[in-house]
Ligand binder design. Sequence first.
Ligand code: AP5
Ligand code: MG
Ligand code: ZN
Length: 216
Amino acid sequence: MRIILLGPPGAGKGTQAKLVSEKYSIPHISTGDIFRKNISEKTPLGVKAKGYIDKGLLVPDELTIDIVKDRLAKDDCISGFLLDGFPRTVKQAEALEDFLRNDNQTVDTALLIDVPSEFILERMTGRRVCPSCGASYHMKFNPPKIEGKCDDCGNDVIQRKDDTEETVKDRIDVYEKQTQPLADYYKAKDQLFVVDGTQSIGDVFKTISEHIGSRK
Ligand code: AP5
Ligand code: MG
Ligand code: ZN
């Protein structure tokens, strides 16, 4: 399965991606996680990306598209992948389509996790993430089993720098202007599936799993 996850900041893309990638044994590729790893390692890409991410802006397509192409060319993507947070612009979606077409492939489904903006701020400010494995928690909705520690690897969980109220508002704005048009893009190709992201984490996953099961 070649799956794309769309949705506003805090929709639960990372949370669901982890569950889906474990269930279907496909790699979870998050452009946000790739950028954050590069930022923490202070690579040239990380230095360039940081300025945009800290402001809640998109990293330019020229920097983003090639990273994803390189990642999708790796062997573990042969039988499928789950893209979390890419594409985010129509240009990125077209580049992905061209790339897959070279191998006679297409996206199987674009899952849009739909969450109205009034839910987002509470999700973002309560979020804690594991800097080591990328797992995402919420102090109220999905706390780690041991306070402050990642369930999977035991590292200290931290708050993301772009999860402040001010930056979250900018990220929602950017989402509405630049990424929301992708819903129509995938709808026109009959690839869009919208799931109500205000349900519990378990119910969102159940809906997504049923949909994936029906496409296999
Ligand atoms: P990215 O890391 O992708 O951030 P995002 O899209 O803003 O999404 P988030 O990771 O904030 O939210 P999520 O949907 O993964 O939610 P989560 O599962 O954590 O990108 C960061 C930045 O990188 C961008 O702003 C941009 O600058 C750059 N970037 C990345 N990709 C790019 C691209 N392709 N092009 C250009 N620039 C790019 O859940 C959120 C919280 O809610 C958690 O605490 C979780 O526990 C909780 N939660 C999840 N589901 C539920 C539920 N059902 N009920 C209650 N709580 C829930
Ligand atoms: Mg995420
Ligand atoms: Zn971890």
